[in-house]
Design a protein around this ligand. Structure first.
Ligand SMILES: NC(=O)c1ccc[n+]([C@@H]2O[C@H](COP(=O)([O-])OP(=O)(O)OC[C@H]3O[C@@H](n4cnc5c(N)ncnc54)[C@H](OP(=O)(O)O)[C@@H]3O)[C@@H](O)[C@H]2O)c1
Length: 317
């Protein structure tokens, strides 16, 4: 007797063309999902197809995020993941629109379409009282997602590292062209960097058990570093020697005001405000409505193990 063919499970990953998106799309494909990836830049997303079997990953070109377009993308989905976000505000893409209004609409539409799982990626340090507009908008986004999709899983990663990351790759370019490395706040801010593969595992682990629904997870790596220690590790890994230059606040302010003239500023005033607070997992996160990587059964990989794999020494010789 032939068995009935089980229905193919479908996931739509908004923001799937980005850094975290690549790892999460690959993880969902490995778990057997057909994955839809809406993107404004299909060229950027073509490589995603190679992360799954033939016909398993579909980058969709979409310039509009109207309710109709979103509804079509969510249709028949089992899982919706929202990764859309930006570290700097641009014309037509404010933090309020990307981190608060869009997640609220996605959560509302996904709930209305009976999607079983909604996973929203926020950030560690999301705080409605923060002076950083990024951190504040992320906290308000979490609230709006919860309001429309109470069972959503919210992930709050610390700085995420891995090939294509936004920190070490920028540092690699900077250290090639500048004779020093600048330190904001003396490089004292504490960070708990997390491997991108562990974020992807967190997504699939949160899908496995019903008890994960409605929880918020604070995600950090196995070790806490100061920003300066992370830069020192980068220099050691790439066998470079660069002095550090501790920038006074007034100079950082002046510099970031100047950077506003650039379409892609290397650092913004808002990022400097974000770095005023440590970015580490709250050890009391393991509570009723909140959890950590351990609660998801994941052991995090150390920065020292992964960094040499994608910032090879030879590149800097
Ligand atoms: N990277 C980290 O260290 C880190 C840490 C904590 C939290 N997070 C959060 O995780 C999420 C993903 O981060 P990431 O590092 O993967 O970011 P990323 O590489 O910059 O990717 C961002 C994604 O958002 C989409 N997007 C950006 N602006 C958009 C707009 N105006 N309209 C429609 N789509 C837009 C992009 O889609 P297109 O293909 O259309 O360009 C892209 O796929 C973000 O919400 C971020 O805040 C990241």
């Amino acid at each position: 007797m032939t068995r009935p063919h089980p229905r193919q499970r479908i996931a739509t990953v908004f923001g799937g063309s980005g850094f975290l998106g690549h790892a999460i799309v690959q993880e969902l494909a490995a778990k057997g999902y057909v994955v839809r990836v809406p993107t404004r830049c299909p060229n950027k997303a073509q490589g995603l197809k190679l992360l799954g079997k033939v016909g398993q990953i579909f980058p969709f070109h979409t310039n509009t995020l109207s309710d109709n377009a979103l509804t079509a993308l969510i249709q028949n989905c089992d899982v919706v993941v929202n990764l859309i976000g930006a570290f700097t505000e641009k014309k037509g893409a404010s933090f309020q629109s990307l981190h608060v209004k869009l997640p609220a609409r996605l959560a509302r539409l996904a709930h209305g379409a009976d999607v079983a799982h909604f996973i929203h990626v926020s950030t560690l340090g999301a705080d409605s009282a923060s002076l950083s507009h990024y951190a504040k908008s992320k906290a308000l986004g979490e609230e709006s997602v919860r309001a429309f999709f109470p069972n959503a899983v919210i992930l709050r990663p610390s700085f995420v590292f891995g090939p294509r990351d936004h920190f070490f790759n920028k540092l690699a370019v900077f250290s090639r062209f500048f004779p020093f490395l600048p330190l904001i706040r003396g490089g004292k801010t504490k960070i708990q960097p997390l491997y991108v593969g562990n974020v992807a595992q967190a997504v699939s682990a949160s899908l496995k058990q019903k008890k994960m629904q409605g929880l918020t997870f604070e995600l950090g790596g196995p070790k806490i570093y100061s920003l300066k220690e992370m830069m020192q590790l980068f220099l050691k890994t790439t066998e470079q020697k660069r002095p550090f230059l501790s920038l006074p606040n007034w100079f950082v302010h002046l510099q970031t005001s100047f950077f506003k003239l650039f379409p892609n500023p290397p650092v913004t005033q808002d990022q400097v405000r974000f770095l005023q607070k440590d970015n580490v997992v709250n050890q009391e996160a393991s509570s009723n409505r909140a959890g950590t990587l351990q609660d998801l059964g994941i052991s995090a990989i150390a920065l020292e193990e992964i960094l040499p794999l994608y910032v090879p020494r030879a590149y800097f010789k």
